[in-house]
Write a new protein. Structure first.
Length: 256
C-alpha cells in the first residue's frame, strides 16, 4: 500500500473539539486535507469558528460546525451526537479543548479546579463513552486526546491543569487495553511550548521566553502545524498498530 493511501482519510468523519483556533484548528485542517469530513467545535458561534469552517470546507465540503460549552456536564455527549448526526457517523474523536488557569496553587478556588477537571478530563471521558458504541459496531475507531508537556514538567502555577492532563493520559492507557479488541486505537499527543494564543502573552516577555528556550534542546518554540503530522499518523491506517501511546511533540523539552 502506498504511503499516500495509508494516510488517506477519505470517507472518514471526525470531531475535533476546541478547533476554532490553535492546535485544534491546525489538526482539523490536516484531517480535512487528507479527505475527512470534520466537525469543528467552539463554545459558541463566533467569527473564528466560522472562518475555520470556511477554510476546512475548501478541502472537505461536507464539514460542519458544532457548538457547546464542555464545562457543562450534559454538553460532551450532545456534541458527539450533533457531530454524528451532521456527518452521518463518527470515526475519529479528537479531544483537544481545554481550560488552563494560571495562578499560585494555594489561590486556586474550588470552582476553578472543578472547571479545569470538567473540561480537561470529565468531558473527554463522557465524549469517549458517547462515541465508542458506534466505533465498536464498525470495528474501527480513532480516539486522540491532546495532552501537554505539563504531564512531564508540571508548572507550579498550573497545578490543576497539569494534574488533569496526567489523568487524561492515564485514561488513554487504560482504555487502549480495553478498546483494542474492538479495532479502536486510543492515544495521547502531548505538545510542548507551542505558539498559540494561550502562550503568546507570557512569551512576549523576552527574558522569560529566553529562559524557556534554554530548556528546549531544539532551542525554539513549536507551531500548531508541528502537531498535525503526529495527529494524522494516529488517526489514519498508518497508525493502525499504535495504541496507548503518549507522544510528546515538544522539541525535546521533556528529556531529563
Amino acid at each position: 500500500m502506498s504511503v499516500t493511501k495509508t494516510f488517506s482519510l477519505e470517507g472518514r468523519t471526525a470531531l475535533v473539539t476546541g478547533s476554532s483556533r490553535g492546535i485544534g484548528r491546525a489538526i482539523a485542517l490536516g484531517l480535512a486535507g487528507c479527505g475527512a469530513a470534520v466537525a469543528v467545535h467552539g463554545v459558541r458561534p463566533a467569527r473564528a469558528l466560522e472562518e475555520t469552517l470556511a477554510t476546512v470546507r475548501k478541502s472537505s465540503p461536507r464539514s460542519v460546525a458544532v457548538t457547546g460549552d464542555l464545562g457543562l456536564p450534559d454538553v460532551p455527549a450532545r456534541i458527539v451526537a450533533d457531530a454524528t448526526a451532521a456527518l452521518g457517523g463518527l470515526d475519529i474523536l479528537i479531544a483537544n479543548a481545554s481550560v488552563q488557569i494560571r495562578k499560585p496553587w494555594a489561590e486556586v478556588t474550588p470552582a476553578e479546579a472543578e472547571q479545569q477537571m470538567q473540561v480537561n478530563f470529565h468531558a473527554t471521558l463522557r465524549m469517549i463513552q458517547a462515541a465508542v458504541p458506534a466505533m465498536r459496531a464498525k470495528k474501527w475507531g480513532r480516539i486522540l486526546t491532546i495532552g501537554s508537556i505539563q504531564q512531564q514538567r508540571p508548572h507550579p502555577d498550573m497545578i490543576v491543569y497539569a494534574a488533569s492532563k496526567s489523568a487524561q493520559e492515564n485514561l488513554v492507557r487504560n482504555l487502549a487495553k480495553q478498546l483494542g479488541p474492538d479495532g479502536i486505537t486510543v492515544n495521547n499527543l502531548a505538545p510542548g511550548v507551542i505558539l498559540t494564543d494561550r502562550n503568546t502573552a507570557v512569551l512576549a516577555d523576552e527574558s522569560y521566553a529566553e529562559r524557556v528556550r534554554g530548556v528546549i534542546p531544539l532551542r525554539c518554540f513549536g507551531e500548531s502545524d508541528d502537531c498535525v503530522g503526529a495527529a494524522l499518523l494516529f488517526c489514519s491506517d498508518a497508525g493502525r498498530y499504535i495504541t496507548g501511546v503518549d507522544l510528546l511533540v515538544d522539541g525535546g523539552m521533556s528529556l531529563p
